[in-house]
Every structure is written in structure tokens, then in C-alpha cells.
Design a protein around this ligand. Sequence first.
Ligand code: SF4
Length: 474
Amino acid sequence: MWKLKKQLQSLAADEIGSMKKDPGGTTSVALVYPNTYKVGMSNLAVHSLYKIFNDHPNFSCERAFLPEKKDWVEHERTDTPILTVETQKQISEFDIVAFTISFENDLLNVVPILKLCKIPLKPQDRGPDHPSIIAGGAAVTLNPKPMSGIANACILGEFEAYDPEGLLRGGTSAASDSSKVSPGKAPENNTSQESLTSLVTPPRCNDLDLFPTQTVIHTPNTEFGHMHLIEVTRGCSRGCLFCAVPGIYGSFRMRSYEAIIKMIDEGFEYRNKFGLVGADILAHPRFTDIAEYILERNGTFSLSSVRVDRIDSDTAKLFKRAGMKSMSLGIEAATDGLRAKLGKKFTNERCMEAVSVLAAEGMTNIRLYFMTGLPGETDEDIEAIAAFAEETLETIRKNAPKTQRSSSVECTATPFVPKPNTQFADAEFAGTKRINEIQKKLKQLIGKKKGIKLSFDSAKQAETEYKLAHADNL
Ligand code: SF4
């Protein structure tokens, strides 16, 4: 146990911004992200929830993560439960264990974590000496059923929209007129937090400015450790038929220019590179002003995602000034026909226009993201992926500045996973056999083309994701 504690102490020592709040008189919360520290600390939900709980006078919160594989073996060997980063306390000693679960496959880590910590899995088997368990996050909002047999309460929607104390009072401040969805049951015999209840409607926060969602703890030990992350927008109003974003986060909302500038000023105290987060950031009417503000202060930025049809010569010039050399584009399908069936409203011609202006400003490494195994997909649609990648490479080479020699296309084919609460919710998963065939075909078509790199997400993992997204229980 000593070695594992030491590792956590070393992670904590590298952090700026973590809090060790005296739990005396408060409800103590172990905020658990069921994946590793490196992955979890890249997730703004962890930062945001940590701050919300610790800013509240009646709560104190510490974080815990799934140990790395080699450390998990050590945990099992030494019978060491999961410990928090801040004080290396066992999560079973907290009043509440709060799981925040963004991705379906992380659900598989919940049961092993609870078993390792000797916390009974079923609410009715937990007594006054056990913590209550709550679960929230995008994966739980999409399908709360896998956690409903484990959690005392599944919190759907956005946590900011709840009054945290409502969790203990047995209610919520959020409006709740929508239909109830697979609640976790508050067990009658659970006297440790007996009034914990099932919060079952997916409310959303009306005023994002009230909750500055940004990096709270800076650490080099995570993927985006060199950046200060800021959520600029939330949700999306485009409604692509396959996409879970509108169902989870609702329609497009944005923070005010002033609120974003305040977060940027705070971020400059720690980092001069900003990760601007949101599904449609370029839709913010003050995006250019925000970008200029960062650049004028000698900072740089990158964007979590960029819509193809928002890229023009002006935005490409801004990206260049921010030092960007590469760009990721969600193409989804390589033919206009299949893309239209997905509800995506841009054409291949528009994609190449975007690639041209990006290349002209020095972004000569383009990452293309496609989905495979889509409903209505034909062999021609798969072959078109190879043709699209080649055309992209040619377009980059034709438009890149003469001084810029390197050019490349990275092509990622992700198996399509139908998600609940989308128009394609009832579509079948294509199956690992079909996905593997598609991947084999793509390898034949573009596997050895110079300048084009091909990668796939695993068919097996996609199948697991599909099963969990539609599962009734874990
Ligand atoms: S795919 Fe992108 S543009 Fe379409 S609904 Fe989802 S987030 Fe919005």
C-alpha cells in the first residue's frame, strides 16, 4: 500500500489548484472517474464537479481514478482499495462515492472498483457504514440502466442544474416535468444517506456563465497538461441524425464573451496555450474577438472540434496565427449521398474548399474522421473513403505554400455505434464481422499509399460500446 500511496502523493505534488478541504461537518464526496488519472484529468467534468462540490459549504470533495494496469495488479496483490489523490483515503470512507462516466466502456470499470473497495454492489446490500453511490455523466444520461442497479441515484443531464443539497434532501431544484427514466433506487435500509433519492429528469443549466467550466487543477500528467481548457459552447443545434450530442447536451448554448475573457485571464496565470472546448465553437458570434484576445497576449489556442462548413480563409488565417499545423475534420461519410442521409449538410466539394484554405495557411497535416458500418452504407461508400483521402492529399499539395514540404493525411475509420436518444437509436450495429471486412478492404485500398496513414477504432470495443449503450444492467 505504501508504494501506491507514494505514487498518489507524487501526482498530488505535481498539481496546482487541488484542494484539501477539511471534511469536518460536511458531506464528504469521493469523485471517481472510472478510467486512469491521465484520461480523467483531461475531462472537464472532473474539474467542474470538483469545484462545484468544494465551493459548496456543506460538501468536501476528493478525486479518485482507476489505477494504471500495472498498479491495478499491485492493488489486487496487496488488497489495497482505491485511494483518493488528495489524502490517499479509501473511497469507502466517504459519505458519497460519485461516479462521473463519460464513455460507455468505462462502465465496465465500475464493478471492479467497487469490488476492490469491498463496497456492496447493490444498494440494498449497503448499510450505514457504506457510502451512497451516485452516477452521472454523458454515458449515464444516454442510458442510466446499467448503473441503476448499483447507484442510489442516477443524475441525468447537467449537474449544474441541480442543487447539490437536493441530493440529500431528497429532491432537486431543477424543473422536473419530463418523464422519469430508469431511476436508481434509494434503498430504505440505507441509513448512511437515507434520503438520497433518484433524480431522473435530464435538466440543463440555463446560464452557463454561472459555472465557469475550465481547468481547475493544472498538472503535467495528463494529455492536455500543457493547456488551460475552457468550455466555450455547449450542445449543438444541427441535429445530425446519428449524433448523441444534442440528446445529451441539448441545443446550442454559449458563454458570454465577458465570461470567456475572464476565464482566459485566469488561465494565463498557469498556461499560455488554451484548449477551447465545444461542439461548434466557430458558431460563437465573438469567436474572432476571443481568438484575437488570446493572440494579442502572446498566447495560442487549439479547438476541440471544427465544423467543415465553418472553415473559410479568415478562420484559416486565425488558426495559422495560433500556430496550428494540423486540423481534424469530421467527414463521417465519403459520399454526398450517404452524408446527406446522416443529416450532415456539406458536400465533398465544400470539404475540399476547406482543405485548400487550411493548406494555404500551412495546415498541411489533415486528419479525416469517417464512420463505417452506417445504415444504408454500400461498398461504393467504403471505396469512396480511399478516393476522398487521396483527393485530400492532392488538394493539400496543390495549395500548400511552396516552402512547406511535408504534407500528410491521417484517415481514421470509426465503427458506427447507434446511440439511444438519436434518430438512429434503433439501427442495428453492423457487427464485428462486417466492420472487420470494411477495415480489411480499406487497408487494401489505401494501406500503402504514401502520405496517407490509416487507423481504425476496434470493432470489438465498438460492439461492447453498443451493448452498454443499450444495456439494461451491468
Ligand atoms: S455531429 Fe457535430 S454538427 Fe452534427 S449534431 Fe453532432 S455535434 Fe452537432
